[in-house]
Design a protein around this ligand. Structure first.
Ligand code: ACO
Length: 435
């Protein structure tokens, strides 16, 4: 395989070839190198040349696109949005700035940021008719299911003919309103309308926690923690939900349909749903009298489907930089709020036990972003079933950035993987009486 290098502009370029021998015949495929030296063998001509396809269940080794949004080095624990290290953004940026960065490619200057904020403020309300939808859901409805159907419903209010940037702004502005309305509905309280003189995080906290009969001022410590959590979740390249957004979008379906599908993909316990499951697992450990060995033993048992939630990652094989930031943040936020949550101690001890266990060491299983985020959400007063909704709020700009990138990518085709068929050979239909 000949790999030559990267262009000065940091873009990918076709360089060198990879040679494949199949049935005693040699085939050549172009080699592509990314701006951080990532190497890919371009295989889309494989089937037409050889008749064979690649088989990669779970796409663990398949590049689905070229993307300039987020870089991850799973071995080194590096995560950068548009080149900016996650540690710097989490510490210093605002979530709205990060939305702009991911979606438009550069950090905004003062004027651009103010203009972006003003556009967001204009779209925070949802159509009054949408409020009626909330009435139809049972009180037990999971807020992720409500969120997904509400986003899908936005397509019935806004025309596909409109400027896509307007839809982008609408989604960022309306998601917090819809999310907080679904929470208010679940606890039987009146909806609190957006208050546009507040910042993004403060406005969300106000819609979640204020009630008409009392004064409420969003505590700065909560707004800061929320801002950081949203930034840490804002993008993660071709993860399950983002790939879903791209896949649905590749068919030409509306942006609302694609984002709604992304929310559904995120809801799964192996993806965004893990943050809720982590807390449920830590509670179960607490209720068992802190019996870590039972849970670690079950996680190691090949015949038991139980996994340590918040542990392991498809890409990170050393540490998840988001988890490292959140571990420190959990200590600070809880201390500042004066919350003494025994689950934090259980989480720390579980991490300790697992990291010393050969099973986890061998498989390079470390805490991921979901391991400590739930503890902070809990301290903020959020109910467990809202945790994944918080993840969706954070991930939205990433989904939007990828959808936009996909929609102008000249390489974009409808996503349509192949398969290796393992079913029955051709056989004749038998009428019911003869079977
Ligand atoms: N607990 C116990 N064992 C685990 C765990 C875990 N949390 N995660 C992986 N393993 C084991 C697997 O059983 C497998 O063992 P084996 O080789 O003996 O069969 C090995 O480690 C590799 O695991 P895979 O499932 O092949 O890894 P994959 O990359 O497919 O899955 C995933 C990654 C889904 C995150 C997995 O680690 C997991 O299920 N973790 C728990 C759920 C979770 O925290 N999800 C959130 C991920 S982060 C996010 O989406 C934001």
């Amino acid at each position: 395989m000949a790999v030559i290098g990267i262009t000065d502009e940091g873009e990918t370029e076709d360089m060198g070839v990879a040679r494949l021998n199949l049935d005693d015949q040699e085939y050549e495929f172009p080699v592509i190198v990314g701006s951080e030296g990532e190497v890919a063998i371009q295989s889309h001509a494989l089937r037409s040349l050889t008749g064979a396809i690649t088989l990669d269940p779970g796409y663990g080794n398949t590049g689905s696109c070229r993307s300039a949004i987020t870089f991850i080095d799973g071995e080194q624990g590096i995560l950068r949005y548009r080149g900016y290290p996650i540690e710097q953004l989490a510490e210093e940026a605002s979530f709205v700035e990060v939305c702009y960065l991911l979606i438009y490619g550069e950090l905004p200057n003062e004027e651009e940021l103010e203009d972006f904020r003003a556009r967001l403020r204009r779209h925070t309300l949802i159509h009054e008719d949408m409020k009626k939808f909330f009435e139809a859901y049972p009180p037990t409805a999971h807020p992720m299911a409500i969120l997904s159907s509400m986003i899908s419903s936005l397509a019935t209010f806004y025309s596909e003919e409109e400027d896509v940037d307007l839809h982008v702004v609408r989604l960022i502005a309306k998601l917090p309103t819809i999310a907080s309305f679904s929470y208010k509905k679940s606890i039987g309280q009146p909806f609190v309308y957006p208050q546009n003189d507040l910042g993004y995080a403060e406005n969300f906290l106000n819609m979640m926690f204020s009630v008409p009969c009392e004064d409420y001022e969003p505590p700065p410590v909560l707004a800061r923690a929320l801002n950081m959590l949203l930034i840490l979740h804002a993008d993660h390249e071709q993860n399950c939900s983002t790939s879903t957004v791209r896949m649905v979008g590749s068919s030409g379906a509306s942006l609302f349909a694609a984002i709604s599908a992304g929310i559904d993909a995120l809801s799964g316990p192996l993806h965004g749903g893990a943050n809720q499951q982590v807390i449920e697992m830590l509670e179960a450990i607490r209720d068992s009298g802190d019996d870590f060995s039972e849970f670690v033993g079950r996680a190691k048992d090949r015949n038991d489907p139980f996994r340590l939630m918040g542990f392991g990652h498809r890409v990170y094989k050393n540490f998840d930089p988001r988890a490292s930031i959140l571990k420190g943040a959990a200590d600070e936020v809880l201390a500042e709020l004066g919350v003494d949550d025994p689950l934090l101690e259980i989480a720390r001890s579980l991490e300790d036990v697992a990291l010393r266990d050969q099973f986890f060491v061998d498989r390079k299983l470390y805490p991921n972003v979901d391991f400590y985020s739930g503890i902070i959400y809990r301290a903020m007063g959020l109910p467990t079933n809202m945790f994944t909704v918080m993840f969706a709020l954070g991930r939205l700009p990433g989904w939007l950035a990828h959808w936009k990138e996909m929609s102008v990518d000249p390489d974009n085709r409808i996503n349509r993987p192949r398969q290796i068929y393992t079913g029955a050979g051709a056989r004749d239909y038998l009428p019911l009486a003869d079977r």
